[in-house]
Each structure stands twice: as structure tokens, then as C-alpha cells.
Design a protein around this ligand. Structure first.
Ligand code: PMP
Length: 327
């Protein structure tokens, strides 16, 4: 779907996957007006296909667009585009448990020019690819690197938006994590380099206490972390399961101390791609520690199953989160 200044959205088309040709002065290549979303379509046991909270992705896409001075795509158009693609390619939605069709809506400037200003032409597209279960050999806890040298987002910056530049800026820290033998980066705030923000592509949760007395805590949305749809859903699912929940700041010292004295029993990350991933160990320039026993905690496993069961149609969808796609 194209957008042109003065004309708005026009020319929606469904086309076979093919390369685009790009002008060397395409404004996106130079000034990075590029935003995206990620969703999964699951085939349920009854054969129907559904996706999870697409309106929430569409609304976040609108907020990302506003932050990058790009036009807002109506929520209905965003969902209709996904639906058209899945209807066309329904056979590509795998059946079976955690397998899914990954959907990638995105938008970028198509205008040609070298002046630094918002472009006058954009293209919104959706591409899709079948995705296997994220953890084919069962849940594997990840090791994380607390990034003290690089930050992902500063106050007033683009941290809340799902824009390409945030990911470009994260790659060097991800490489540093790998050099230290870690799977993922955990970002700290830019001002004090102290408060836990989020992981490379997932939000974080801390389980304080154990059993039914546990409180499930996640860093509050300060404007510098991505408001994950999985994060938001888990606040409600944890409440449904009888846990107390809290959104507040957690410092790296509190995390280390909490693991040492047992007040933090489990830590996990959550996002569309991996749903929920346990965090097994933490490393920084100053310290390293194990989370719990380094394995998958019982509450992490319980929350993961509760969310996945809704997404794959194994459990009733009490919140009305699933949106049917295709025929
Ligand atoms: N943080 C970042 C930086 C991400 O890229 C993602 C993935 N979209 C998330 C958090 C998790 O968001 P969601 O639950 O909406 O997938």
C-alpha cells in the first residue's frame, strides 16, 4: 500500500514475493525512516488460523510512525493487509503446536532526495515466512550480558518506537555479548546506567518470592523501552493465575542481590518470537551470577504454557485476544 502527500493511502496490491528496485537517493537509505512490527499466525487444532492481538501491533505501528514523522496507517487497514496475505497463502501456515507463520509488516520512505525532512512518499508492506518452534529441543535458558558501555535508548529518543535504527544501534552490543559468551544483551537506562530496561528483542520479568505468594515484576514503561504486547498480556495472565504483579524500576544491584539472597527466584524474557525465555545467568564487566538454579523456573513454565495455550487455541481465549484470519 502506497502513501503520497496530498493523496493518502492508495494502490493496495497483493503480489508474489519479489525484490524491490531502490534508487540510490532513496530517503530511507540515508535518513532511516523505517518502522516495523512482528506477529505470528497460528493454525489451531480445528484447522482455523488466528493471530494474537493484531490491533495492539497496529496501534504500536501508529505510535512508531508518529515518532518517525511518518503517516499513520489505519488499524483496520493494517489488519486487512495481514488478513489478505494469510488468506492468499493459507497453506503456508504450519499446523502443529508452536509452529507459526511469522508476519512482518513494515513501512519506509520511498521518496528520492537528499534533503533532511520527512519524506512525501512511503510504502507499507507485509511479508511472511513459516517459523518453527523457537526452541526445538525444549526450553533453553539464555545467558545475558549487561551492557554498560552502550545504551539502546535515551530519554526523548526513539526507544519506544519499533524503528530500524534502534536495532542498528544494538548490533555492536550484541556482538560484545557474544564475545563474552552470552546469548543476549540486557540494556540499562542511559542516564544512570543502573536501571534494567529490556533485552535485545524482548521485555524482562522478575519473579519475587515463590509459589502462590510470588509477585511478578517488570520494569515500568519509561519511554525508553519497547511496550511489548507479550509484556502487557503477561501482566494480565499472571493476574488471572492469582499472582500479584508490579511495574516498577529494578536496578542491576537489586537483581544481583535478589538472586544472592533468594528474593528473586526466576527471571524470564518475553516477546512474540520466543514467547517466554528463561534467563539462566548474567554477566557484566563487574560481576556474574546465576539466576535461581540456572534452569527454567516453575512460574516461568506456567506462564509460558498459559500464554501459548491461548495462542494455539488449546485454552479458551477469555480476553478476546485471538483474531481469526483467512477463510
Ligand atoms: N523489546 C524489543 C526491543 C523488541 O524488539 C521486541 C519484539 N517486538 C519486544 C521488546 C517484545 O515485544 P512484543 O511482545 O510485542 O513482541
Amino acid at each position: 500500500i502506497k502513501w503520497t502527500e496530498g493523496r493518502g493511502w492508495h494502490d493496495a496490491q497483493l503480489q508474489p514475493y519479489a525484490p524491490l528496485s531502490i534508487d540510490p537517493a532513496n530517503m530511507t537509505l540515508h535518513y532511516a525512516q523505517s518502522i516495523f512490527e512482528g506477529l505470528k499466525a497460528y493454525r489451531r487444532a480445528d484447522g482455523t488460523v488466528a493471530t494474537f492481538r493484531p490491533a495492539a501491533n497496529a496501534e504500536r505501528f501508529q505510535r512508531s510512525a508518529r515518532r518517525l514523522a511518518m503517516p499513520e496507517l489505519p488499524v483496520e487497514t493494517f489488519i486487512a493487509a495481514i488478513d489478505a496475505l494469510v488468506t492468499q497463502d493459507e497453506a503456508w501456515v504450519p499446523s502443529g503446536g508452536e509452529e507459526s507463520l511469522y508476519l512482518r509488516p513494515f513501512m519506509f520512505a520511498t521518496e528520492v532526495g537528499l534533503g533532511v525532512r520527512p519524506a512525501n512518499e512511503y510504502l507499507f508492506m507485509v511479508i511472511a515466512s513459516p517459523a518453527g518452534a523457537y526452541f526445538s529441543g525444549g526450553l533453553k535458558p539464555v545467558s545475558v550480558w549487561l551492557s554498560e558501555e552502550y545504551v539502546r535508548a535515551a530519554p526523548g529518543g526513539t526507544g519506544e518506537a519499533k524503528c530500524a535504527g534502534n536495532y542498528a544501534a544494538s548490533l555492536v552490543a550484541q556482538a560484545q555479548a557474544a564475545e563474552h559468551g552470552c546469548d543476549q544483551v540486557v540494556w540499562l537506562d542511559a542516564v544512570e546506567r543502573r536501571w534494567i530496561e529490556e533485552m535485545g528483542g524482548m521485555n524482562l520479568y522478575f519473579v519475587e518470592g515463590t509459589g502462590t505468594d510470588a509477585t511478578i515484576v517488570t520494569p515500568e514503561l519509561t519511554g525508553t523501552l519497547l511496550p511489548g504486547i507479550t509484556r502487557d498480556s503477561l501482566l494480565r495472565i499472571a493476574g488471572d493465575l492469582g499472582y500479584k504483579t508490579a511495574e516498577r524500576r529494578i536496578s542491576k544491584e537489586e537483581w544481583q542481590q535478589g538472586n544472592a539472597d533468594g528474593t528473586i527466584s526466576e527471571v524470564f524474557a518475553c516477546g512474540t518470537a520466543a514467547v517466554i525465555t528463561p534467563v539462566g545467568s548474567v554477566k557484566s564487566t563487574r560481576a556474574s551470577w546465576t539466576v535461581g538454579d540456572g534452569g527454567t523456573g516453575p512460574i516461568t513454565a506456567q506462564l509460558r504454557k498459559a500464554l501459548l495455550d491461548i495462542q494455539t487455541g488449546e485454552a479458551p481465549d477469555g480476553h478476546g485476544w485471538m483474531h481469526r484470519l483467512g477463510r
